[in-house]
Design a protein around this ligand. Structure first.
Ligand code: AMP
Length: 425
């Protein structure tokens, strides 16, 4: 039996990978413009980091982690998300001692043992941003407008940006009390997880996907009803800054991030067209997390965006094309000596930065030209015995179908100039 890839994973093949490169290039250029620097953390971490950093009561930690002992019996986990690792690095690498805030981004694979379906994988990719060491509302707005700008640059339409404030520990205590009072008469109808959440963290009941729990919690008091003066002011300012930056958003009092270390701003971005898994980005302020994993008290905010879902949405909306990365020029050499000369020319072209190729299978002239055409090459440089003798090549423009002789000393400058011209188009 042939060996197959693990369930919930994908091979990203040479054609479609062009879309990934396109997306990643735009991500990197937007991050550069916003002054965010890349951080790369390990793919696996001590399991305890996620238990503390993501939260023991979450589905991610309880049900979805790829956890294994290493040969020295340490418990390790493939990272299910990026924020905990970034916070660990902030503490371990003493980034808190640098000028604040520290503005970071990451792009990479994450692993969750979830039920695979369209838009949900066991290995998927996230782009995420974290700002550590700043608590002002303008930071929240900057993070949201970064992702908004990114979508605009990608040409993604019909986005819904939902924002809310989940308050701070002070006002959340009052919300918790009101929420328990509201749910108490129908507590027995809640799912088993929510029965437990009722005791430990009733806010998370508002986030439950179970239809019965959703029905029971309809009309429940929202955090908006209980925000303290400071949280209300913070939320108001975030909205003012978002409006100033031209971001269209919708306040959504049912949007919650239920863990204790979440404070104030929470947001989620949806594209309804891609179906059940419509969330393409989620984020919020997590002022208590760095302290939770042993660092100094540090306000922080961030988001994570699912790359598979963004690509799915782009494809639906604009038939994002596979981008082939074929050669620009192809050396068509006929005969042993021509191959040697051609190989030397090929290497000069590549060193000059022109993507170039040459036949590797010993094909004849017609087959080589056909292959060049299939690869989308723009130019062919044909070298046969006759051309060798006269130290020339035939330069054929494969799109226009025109050709002319060119002397060897002129090849590099001519082809480089044509490549530059094409790149600038
Ligand atoms: P989260 O870390 O759960 O807040 O997720 C942030 C974003 O990552 C979501 O909005 C999705 O776009 C994406 N995402 C989360 N889980 C998966 C998954 N299993 N497969 C694909 N994308 C995912």
């Amino acid at each position: 039996m042939t060996i197959q890839r693990p369930k919930g994973t994908q091979d990203l093949l040479p054609g479609p990978i062009g879309k990934w490169h396109h997306l990643e290039e735009i991500i990197r250029s937007v991050c550069r413009e916003y002054g965010y620097e890349e951080i790369r953390t390990p793919i696996f971490e001590a399991t305890e980091l996620f238990q503390r950093g993501v939260g023991e009561t979450t589905d991610i930690v309880n049900k979805e982690m790829y956890t294994f002992p290493d040969k020295a019996d340490r418990s390790l986990t493939l990272r299910p998300e990026g924020t905990a690792s970034v916070c660990r690095a902030y503490v371990e690498d003493k980034l808190y001692a640098q000028a604040q805030p520290v503005k970071l981004y990451y792009v990479g694979p994450m692993f969750r043992y979830e039920k695979p379906q369209s838009g949900r994988y066991r290995q998927f990719h996230q782009f995420g941003v974290e700002v550590l060491g700043a608590d002002k509302p303008v930071v929240d707005a900057e993070v949201i407008s970064l992702v908004w700008d990114l979508y605009r640059r990608l040409g993604l339409r019909d986005l819904e940006v939902h924002i809310n404030s989940v308050g701070c520990p002070t006002c959340r205590a009052e919300h918790r009390r009101r929420l328990r009072d509201f749910l108490a008469p129908r507590r027995g109808e809640l799912c088993r997880d929510c029965q437990e959440r009722y005791e430990r963290n009733p806010l998370r009941i508002l986030d439950c996907k179970n239809p019965v729990c959703q029905e029971v919690s309809r009309g429940a008091p929202t955090t908006a009803d209980t925000l303290c003066e400071d949280c209300r002011e913070h939320f108001g300012e975030v909205q003012e800054f978002l409006t100033a930056a031209g971001v269209t958003y919708r306040p959504d009092p049912r949007l919650v991030r239920g863990l204790d270390y979440y404070r104030r701003t929470a947001f989620e971005i949806m594209v309804e067209e891609i179906g059940a898994q419509s969330a393409i980005c989620g984020g919020g302020r997590y002022d208590g997390l760095v302290e939770e994993i042993g660092g100094p008290p540090t306000p922080a905010i961030g988001f994570a965006m699912g790359l598979e879902r963004v690509l799915a949405a782009l494809e639906l909306q604009q038939n994002l094309q596979d981008r082939e990365h074929g050669p620009f020029a192809v050396v068509v050499a006929l005969g042993k000596e021509a191959q040697r000369q051609g190989f030397s020319l090929l290497s000069s072209l590549r060193q000059a930065g022109v993507p170039s190729g040459m036949d590797l299978l010993g094909r004849g002239l017609k087959a080589q030209l056909k292959q060049a055409d299939r690869q989308g090459a723009r130019l062919a440089l044909i070298l046969g015995d006759e051309e060798l003798k006269r130290q020339v090549a035939i330069l054929r423009d494969l799109t226009l179908g025109e050709q002319a002789e060119i002397a060897w000393p002129d090849i590099l400058t001519t082809v480089s100039a044509k490549y530059k011209e094409e790149e600038e188009k």
